[in-house]
Design a protein around this ligand. Structure first.
Ligand code: CP
Length: 344
């Protein structure tokens, strides 16, 4: 299952004479160049190594304050950003919207101005509204990282997924994903994970297929460079990687599927259906999973072909890389003084 195009350059090197990462913020994969994606993946490798040691501390961000402002629930993203900041030596503070003054009617902008006045060195935001993170990025003085905004983007999820694939395929630093066939199946319409992954995977050269009932696909998604399937069995044929997505009931108004039982029958990844992909195909899921609907436990817990826990491991390393890279200017890292671009 190796990427098959040997002519594609496999380098995440800096552009000649330029900056590896000229953006102040990380608001979406759509604003990144291919070499910038590869750069972040390569930067994360050192943190994968560190996180496997008994002593996991690096002091790079010592003295810095990171605020995680989550206006939506999270397990993986919130905890991994918190762990990432702490392992890099920063002081990390979590703001949960449910117990904040948001509940008293404070606006998003006023909350952002308040966080900014506390002189945070980076703010990580999850919000239910697409575009909310970019709005905040325009109101504060420090780097802003998107931890998921509405149906728009979840950039660190796409980065951790790409890193997980590279590791699973034993691809070295600088490798892209050319030649890989990736099938993303589920509620594509409401999924920021799908959107960020499509942008990332196509930028890295993968052949991306999306599969869902017509009601759960955005109009004109082909324009993103993917092939559309409604028949899951057909979408699995030849697939090397299968990314399963849950039905995002919290974003659905109205009925998008006849019933969970029928959805599972047509789009659930059972062990039988898994066998229709390549014999060594691997399965991924960003979590949280709805076992028995989009994925069966025999697949999700497969001892050799499920990457789901590897995705979580990669998430900490990717978030360490993003926090490190985005705070280099403020830390005065030589060569990064010019990293002052607008929201990425
Ligand atoms: N993948 C993901 O974003 O999971 P959480 O909602 O638990 O953060």
């Amino acid at each position: 299952m190796q990427p098959s195009n040997p002519n594609t350059p496999r380098t995440g090197a800096y552009p000649e004479g330029g900056l590896a990462f000229p953006h102040r913020d990380l608001t979406g994969i759509g604003r990144l160049e291919r070499h910038e994606i590869l750069y972040l993946l390569d930067e994360a490798e050192q943190w994968v190594e560190l996180n496997r040691q008994p002593q996991k501390r690096a002091g790079l961000l010592s003295g810095l304050t990171i605020i995680n402002a989550f206006f939506e629930n999270s397990t993986r993203t919130l905890l991994s950003f918190e762990i990432a900041g702490k392992r890099l030596g920063a002081d990390v503070v979590n703001m949960h919207a449910a117990t904040s003054s948001v509940k008293k009617g404070e606006t998003l902008i006023d909350t952002a101005i308040t966080l900014n006045a506390m002189r945070a060195d980076a703010i990580v935001i999850r919000h239910a509204s697409s575009g909310a993170v970019r709005l905040i990025a325009g109101k504060v003085d420090c780097p802003v990282l998107n931890a998921g905004d509405g149906q728009h983007e979840h950039p660190t999820q796409a980065l951790l997924d790409a890193l997980t694939i590279r590791h699973a395929l034993h691809l070295p630093r600088g490798s892209d994903l050319c030649g890989l066939k990736v099938t993303i199946c589920g509620d594509i319409l409401h999924s920021r994970v799908a959107r960020s992954n499509i942008l990332s995977l196509t930028a890295l050269g993968a052949d991306v297929r999306v599969c869902a009932p017509p009601a759960l696909l955005p109009a004109e998604i082909e324009a993103m460079g993917v092939t559309v399937f409604h028949d899951f069995d057909a979408a699995l044929k030849g697939a090397n990687i299968i990314m399963m997505l849950r039905l995002q009931q919290e974003r659905m108004q109205g009925q998008f599927i006849p019933s969970p039982r029928e959805y599972r029958h047509l789009y659930g990844l059972t062990l039988d259906r898994f066998a229709r992909a390549e014999p060594d195909a691997l399965v991924m899921h960003p979590g949280p999973m709805n076992r028995g609907i989009e994925i069966d436990s025999q697949v999700a817990d497969h001892p050799t072909r499920s990457l789901i826990t590897s995705q979580v491991e990669s998430g900490v390393a990717i978030r360490m890389a993003c926090l490190d890279v985005l705070t280099r200017r403020a830390r005065g890292v030589p060569g990064w003084a010019r990293t002052a671009g607008g929201a990425a």
